[in-house]
Design a protein around this ligand. Structure first.
Ligand SMILES: [Zn+2]
Length: 200
């Protein structure tokens, strides 16, 4: 009996380690400094980071927890490439194709992908958007547990590991790669960030 319990605990431990360690993601790293895709002065938690085992296996994607209807801002300037905002379906049993989204094409040819937006939640449907411009509202459409914004930058619009690019963001903690479990605040314009916080 004791032996069985021991084996059971080992299996549980192995599963926990598997999820905590996450999966391998691309070495691609953008030199561009992105803005957090939400309002200045607000803070959101990264509930799933790069390579997360829930739905980011081999994907350099970030999930920011935010209530439905939270304004979403462009993390980088570019041209609206495509969008969808007619779905009101979301949940663990919902197909990912039901997700509303915006894709912005950047000047270097990469794509900024903003996912799970609310129904009729796309504000900017064509043309050029500036960095920091309001583009839509978050939601919980497609394959989701809780409302969040899924953000990823890609070189090609498929799910191969190296189609993704890791990106640094300007935060009140400096210019950083974001990690799961941490909260990040978007600096307000004119806010002075101590130089020692940069390039960690
Ligand atoms: Zn995600």
């Amino acid at each position: 009996m004791k032996k069985l319990l021991f084996i059971f605990l080992l299996i549980v431990l192995a599963i926990i380690i598997y999820f905590l360690r996450g999966s391998e993601v691309t070495y691609n790293l953008d030199t561009y400094v992105y803005e957090l895709p939400f309002k200045e002065g607000t803070k959101h938690k990264v509930v799933q980071g790069y390579g997360g085992r829930f739905s980011h296996t081999n994907k350099a994607a970030l999930d920011f927890a935010m209530p439905e209807g939270t304004p979403v801002f462009a993390a980088r300037e570019g041209r609206i490439y495509s969008y969808k905002d007619d779905s009101n379906e979301g949940g663990l049993l919902t197909n990912e194709s039901k997700a509303n989204y915006i894709i912005i094409r950047h000047s270097d040819g990469s794509f900024g992908c903003y996912w799970h937006l609310k129904q009729n939640g796309v504000v900017t449907k064509k043309g050029f958007v500036m960095k920091g411009q309001l583009i839509g509202y978050s939601g919980r459409t497609g394959f989701v547990i809780w409302p969040h914004l899924h953000f990823a930058v890609k070189r090609r619009l498929n799910y191969e590991k190296d189609a993704f690019v890791r990106t640094k963001f300007m935060t009140t903690k400096g210019i950083v790669l974001l990690k799961a479990g941490e909260s990040y605040k978007k600096p307000v314009i004119g806010m002075v960030i101590p130089i020692e916080k940069f390039n960690k």
